[in-house]
Design a protein. Structure first.
Length: 229
């Protein structure tokens, strides 16, 4: 949280903007904006001393020497995802029932536990939607949870495949359009053959007409080769 750390150092130390920017990995103009309260939002300061990233002695060294480079005591620990329901932003939480209803309708083989992991909800909520006893059931509309941003397509496909395998459901090929496909192929084949016949007939007709114009321009006596009166 470099901006929050910079805000705390600006408010609680006399370090230069260059020192703060270097320590927090920010541009000096960003630190200047924080100091002038011209940032987009007012930041809540984060104490790097309490976080174990700086010591009071290190800050005092920097305050005594503007050219001193602050040394981080330890790097901040990376945030790790813990076990439990998936975190969902507040703005998307109202979409969870719609996503649950979509999975139940389109993939009934997916268990409540898998839905809980995918969308980050409780089994009680899933059971209520499955039994249609949810308090807001009248306003729930099944919607693709991937489109809603509640999960990814890869995770959804993996859960569906796993559930289908556990249920012994083999992958099925959609054959509803097979008859139409065969009929279309036959129609295209007939059209191609008809075009070929038409082309051959046109060539043959053109050849006969040319022959008549060249050899028999008019009706002549075959013995005298003179026009017949």
């Amino acid at each position: 949280m470099p901006h929050a750390t910079a805000a705390w150092l600006v408010d609680n130390s006399s370090l230069t903007f260059e020192q703060i920017a270097e320590f927090c990995g920010l541009h000096i103009l960003e630190v200047q904006a924080i100091a002038d309260d011209t940032a987009a939002t007012k930041l809540t300061g984060r104490d790097p001393v309490r976080a174990g990233e700086l010591t009071h002695e290190e800050i005092e060294k920097g305050q005594a020497d503007p050219d001193y480079h602050l040394q981080m005591h330890k790097a901040p620990e990376a945030v790790r995802r813990t076990r439990g329901p998936r975190y969902t932003p507040v703005s998307k939480r109202q979409d969870k029932p719609d996503g649950i209803a979509w999975i139940i309708r389109n993939h009934p083989e997916v268990s409540d536990g898998q839905i809980s992991k995918l969308i980050g909800t409780t089994r009680t909520t899933i059971a209520a939607i499955r039994d249609r006893t949810h308090w807001n059931m009248a306003n729930i509309t099944p919607k693709d949870p991937v489109t809603l941003g509640l999960t990814t397509q890869r995770e959804l496909d993996a859960a569906v495949a796993k559930a289908a395998k556990a249920a012994g459901i083999a992958a099925q090929t959609d054959t509803r359009l097979e008859g139409d496909r065969v009929a279309l192929i036959e129609e295209l084949r007939r059209e191609r053959e008809q075009h070929a016949r038409d082309a051959e007939a046109a060539l043959a007709g053109a050849g006969d007409e040319a022959l008549r114009d060249e050899v028999v321009p008019g009706i002549r006596d075959p013995f005298k080769n003179t026009p017949i009166e």
